[in-house]
Design a protein around this ligand. Structure first.
Ligand SMILES: Nc1ncnc2c1ncn2[C@@H]1O[C@H](COP(=O)(O)OP(=O)(O)OP(=O)(O)O)[C@@H](O)[C@H]1O
Length: 265
């Protein structure tokens, strides 16, 4: 049976040749040191197309540094990050990497409080202009549809004309995910997306992520094991800048080394 290409948010030239098991990101021998401290140490692993990968590990394991390397914020001392099997991200600047379709959500929401929910999405969608130029420029029907779809997907339809500053913490997190989605990213990098959320919001975030996986390739850094259990296909455990273990959550939870350095008994 031939596998069908996955329905990507934004088509890449190679999509029609692609299979779900193909890697979208390949980290190959990445090392980063800060003043002699080795934050990433010859780190290598892959994330497949359409996969939802969780990255876990103790504080200081190198998870944020890993995201910084993928997004061009930190240049590694050694190694490559291949995107779509051909583009080495370590040679590109952060803006070029974002334009290629790699979106990142930081832990703390960074929405524009003084704009409405819909305006935040408009500004994100036309990210190459100033805020005011974005708001003055008219949306075409495709852009309007994408904003409507995103509002519905994130259950923010009723909030569209509310100021973002008046949203709950969880709603701000969803809005920020929406600000990534309207840019049609291929890869989503999410840093502790469930932090500070209520139980209900966490459950709904898990549901949302399951829906987004497949359409996007996702890497989620998270400490909340309940959340990881509800979303992860595969889990990578980082420790001292290297992969300590990888597999299903059940497999890594049963791994003595992981228990010793992270999960505890
Ligand atoms: N700019 C920097 N300068 C010096 N040291 C840094 C810098 N950025 C990170 N580090 C160090 O590198 C190590 C890895 O940090 P990183 O933030 O990547 O870990 P983490 O796994 O994301 O941790 P946490 O779970 O606490 O967020 C830490 O010891 C940190 O102090």
């Amino acid at each position: 049976m031939t596998e069908q290409p996955l329905p990507y948010t934004r088509a890449l030239a190679t999509d029609r040749y692609r299979r779900q098991r193909d890697p979208i990101l390949q980290l190959d021998g990445i090392s980063v040191s800060f003043d002699g401290f080795q934050a990433l140490n010859n780190l290598s692993f892959e994330i497949g197309v359409g996969e939802l990968r969780c990255v876990i590990g103790p504080n200081g394991a190198g998870k944020t540094t890993l995201m910084d390397v993928i997004t061009g914020k930190t240049r590694p001392d050694r190694g490559r990050v291949l995107y779509d099997q051909s583009v080495d991200l370590t040679q590109m600047d952060p803006v070029a990497i974002a334009r290629r379709g790699i979106g990142r959500k930081f832990q703390k929401p960074t929405v524009f409080d003084a704009l409405t929910v819909a305006e935040n999405l408009e500004v994100a969608q036309k990210g190459d202009k100033s805020v005011w130029a974005c708001l003055r420029a008219r949306l075409n029907s495709e852009q309007r549809d994408r904003i409507d779809e995103t509002l519905a997907l994130l259950r923010l339809g009723a909030e569209r004309n509310r100021l973002a500053g008046a949203l709950s913490h969880g709603q701000k997190q969803f809005l920020e995910i929406g600000m990534l989605l309207v840019q049609q990213p291929h890869v989503l990098l999410l840093d502790e997306p469930a932090a500070g959320m209520s139980d209900a919001e966490t459950a709904w975030t898990a549901e949302l992520f399951r829906e987004l996986a497949g359409r996007h390739s996702m890497m989620v850094v998270e400490h909340d094991m309940g959340f990881v259990e509800s979303i992860a296909d595969r889990v990578t455990v980082l420790h001292q800048g290297q992969v300590l273990a990888e597999g299903s959550l059940a497999q890594v939870q049963a791994d003595e080394r992981v228990i010793n350095v992270y999960l505890g008994r």
